[in-house]
Design a protein around this ligand. Sequence first.
Ligand code: PGA
Length: 320
Amino acid sequence: MPYPGSRLHARIGTFRQLEIFIKFAETGSISQTAQELHLAQPSVSIQLKKLSENLEVPLVEQVGRKLYLTDVGKELYKSSLEIFDTLGRLESRLASLSGLQAGHLKLSVVTTSKYFFPHLLGPFCQRYPNIEVSFNIGNRGAMINRLRENKDDFYVFSHPPEDIEIETMEFVSNPLVVVAPTEHPLADKKSIEFSKLKDDPFIMREAGSGTRYAVEKYLMETGNTVNEKLTIESNEAIKHSVMSNLGISILSVHTLAQTSSSSFKILDVIGFPLKLQWYVVYLKNKQLSDVARTFLEFLQQEGGEIAGQLLCNSVAKGYV
Ligand code: PGA
């Protein structure tokens, strides 16, 4: 046993010497130890001698032609087993860490994808229950700021920023539709021209929103206009405002997926749905952790299918 200040760990030599010693203690034979550890017999003898010299006590004694462990040798054998046991546990911890039994995954997604993304996290977290997940939600502008500051592993956008060096992976489609109250005069009309809606009170997402960005891009590209009456920061609140007859809006079909289709109407407008795509994004030079890498693979392999299952019974069916 080490006594205070003895720095036994420094005198004990190498783990390899302990490994040789354990094998010798178990076989009682230099030749067998050498054979099993693929060493030459003189090397085994030299390492055992060095270990004994370092500890300044004999570990082995010879009685007749046989070699026996001394009492100190027996103590060293027990302690060596404990040391290797501890190393084994460390090894398995490290293996499980890189094999994803544990770790931290940091995600930030735009508000439109919050309806959908948790349904992906569910199966992932079930499969890897020791993974801790931070899940941040904000509009496109807020996500871009987080991306710039390298705060998370992954981000989800419909419009990834163009001025940051990023990797993008196309993910699930994110169609935008024109949504109106059920009693809207054009509710049952086919192939409506968007210009027919120019006087309808229009409910718009806030500045910084990717949905707003897409709507403005569409208006600019087509030369259409809207009668913007309300700006609301929340898809949910916009949806309820439409349902309450406050006006029409353009929303991601995902925001409608869990709402009864009898409480609003998706208008059949020419050029709609706007075909957007969500992208999983990360910084180009980011060193992805094993956890992050596995999550990415999970999204690539299973994300589409989970999306399909989630949406197949909802109003979003047929749009995604
Ligand atoms: P947002 O999302 O409107 O919540 O910013 C837009 C997007 O899908 O990128």
